[in-house]
Design a protein around this ligand. Structure first.
Ligand SMILES: CC(C)(COP(=O)(O)OP(=O)(O)OC[C@H]1O[C@@H](n2cnc3c(N)ncnc32)[C@H](O)[C@@H]1OP(=O)(O)O)[C@@H](O)C(=O)NCCC(=O)NCCS
Length: 159
């Protein structure tokens, strides 16, 4: 049976990617300013990627940084607002999960408000996930980091 995502063309290589167009996609999806040269670095260093085109136009993207065996990290998933809510975002994640097959764990962090989207794809919350961000204050403000130290939990303080 044909799927709503069948009319899109899928590309899994960085070779012909226009990084300015990718940067514009992330801006339109409100993922913020991501300069083309920075995107070139992170995509070229990622083992897997999905680039989705409607005709000649890039309308969806995502990548996975992976070590080939143990851990794969999915990042920078976005769909152009004109193409959202058609199943494309789910299809990109499913395709990245398939590409990461064989890895012991596949991890990601959700932008606040998108947790439900990832739950429906089989992701569970990680109880002990912790991170160091370059711009810690902004990450706390946006809700990605909690601002608590790992040992600040009430159970640790009570000891
Ligand atoms: C999140 C995103 C990738 C989803 O793409 P999409 O193509 O719209 O998603 P789909 O059409 O595959 O969504 C299928 C289901 O996921 C859920 N879903 C989609 N977007 C969601 C969101 N932002 N929050 C919670 N659930 C969401 C819905 O249940 C949706 O089903 P519905 O249409 O019946 O409501 C897209 O909204 C996007 O690019 N957002 C901006 C960038 C971003 O936040 N990226 C994630 C970084 S962590």
């Amino acid at each position: 049976m044909s799927q709503p995502t069948d009319k899109y063309a899928w590309v899994y290589r960085v070779d012909d990617l226009d990084f300015d167009e990718l940067s514009a996609l992330y801006l339109s999806a409100r993922l913020g300013e991501m300069p083309a040269d920075a995107l070139a670095t992170v995509f070229e260093n990622s083992m897997f990627m999905c680039l989705v085109y409607a005709g000649e136009v890039l309308v969806g993207a995502g990548r996975a940084l992976a070590d080939g065996l143990d851990c794969a990290y999915i990042a920078d998933v976005a769909v152009h607002p004109d193409h959202q809510r058609r199943g494309l975002g789910q299809a990109i994640i499913r395709r990245l999960i398939e590409l990461c097959a064989g890895h012991e764990k596949i991890i990601l962090y959700a932008n606040p408000g998108t947790e439900g989207f990832y739950s429906s794809l089989g992701f569970l919350r990680m109880n002990t996930a912790m991170g160091i961000w370059g711009d810690r204050e902004r990450a706390i403000e946006s809700g990605i980091l909690s601002g608590q130290r790992g040992d600040d939990r009430p159970s640790a303080r009570a000891r």
